[in-house]
Design a protein around this ligand. Structure first.
Ligand SMILES: C[S@@+](CC[C@H](N)C(=O)[O-])C[C@H]1O[C@@H](n2cnc3c(N)ncnc32)[C@H](O)[C@@H]1O
Length: 228
């Protein structure tokens, strides 16, 4: 995995962006303890046939669960390649991927993130501010199924899916009418949650649904889909 401050991709960026990202990636290392504590709740939900995501959500209120620096850089250069003026994110957490994405916006561009945990919303806003991106990026608080249904000024150029996995298909269906032709949908954790995301992968892999799609070999599995 590339080390952030040695990366050529990030060295073109404002120092506030790279410093904020380095600090956040360091803070996120405490996540492993939060995950360990949520395992019993996840197993209990699985045994009872309940949603694992609903069961562990209260225990993950303080967990970053961010993209790796490598995936963050891929998000960043994909946004650059697309000249993405409108970027939308499902699941912003503390704002790490939001910073990689919104730091690639051209002048006049806009980033719309979403997060349901109130403390993460305020921290994500603070982190975007410390990266100097507060004027181009917003985090919509609450359930993304409602907040991302609200109007956006322009068609979407790039959509990043990283919230709870049982909502990838509903969020995709909600936003598909707003994806411009040639836009890209990136979705993380295809390998981490192979079973839970099988329906999502089948949906974007079926050409009748208007996408061309493949899974990129990041460790967690990143689905790359182009809107035809
Ligand atoms: C894996 S984390 C996102 C990490 C973030 N993309 C990053 O790289 O920094 C998933 C986040 O999605 C949020 N989330 C899950 N379901 C949501 C929903 N329905 N609406 C808004 N946020 C949601 C969770 O609270 C959690 O913070």
């Amino acid at each position: 995995m590339p080390v952030l401050n040695e990366s050529r991709v990030m060295s073109r960026l404002d120092q506030r962006v790279t410093e904020t990202l380095s600090r956040l990636h360091r803070d996120a290392e405490a996540d492993k303890f939060v995950f360990a504590r949520s395992i019993p709740a996840a197993l209990g939900a699985k045994l009872r046939g309940r949603s694992v995501f609903q069961a562990v959500a209260p225990r993950l209120k303080d967990a970053y669960m961010p993209v790796t620096p490598q995936m963050g850089e891929f998000l960043h250069i994909t946004a650059l390649q697309l000249h993405a003026k409108t970027i939308v994110e499902f699941g912003s957490s503390f704002g790490i991927s939001a910073i990689y994405l919104s730091s690639a916006l051209p002048p006049g561009g806009r980033f719309i993130g979403s997060e349901m945990e109130p403390n993460k919303v305020s921290q994500a806003r603070r982190n975007l501010e410390s990266a100097g991106l507060a004027d181009v990026a917003e985090i919509r608080p609450g359930d993304a199924l409602e907040t991302l249904a609200r109007p956006m000024d322009q068609p979407i150029d790039l959509l990043f899916l990283d919230g709870w996995k049982d909502l990838y298909v509903p969020i995709l269906k909600l936003l598909t009418p707003r994806l411009r032709s040639g836009s890209v949908v990136l979705a993380d954790n295809i390998y981490t949650f192979r079973r839970e995301l099988a329906e999502f992968v089948a949906t974007v892999s079926n050409p009748d649904n208007g996408f061309a799609s493949m899974t990129l070999p990041f460790k967690s599995g990143l689905q790359y889909s182009v809107r035809i």
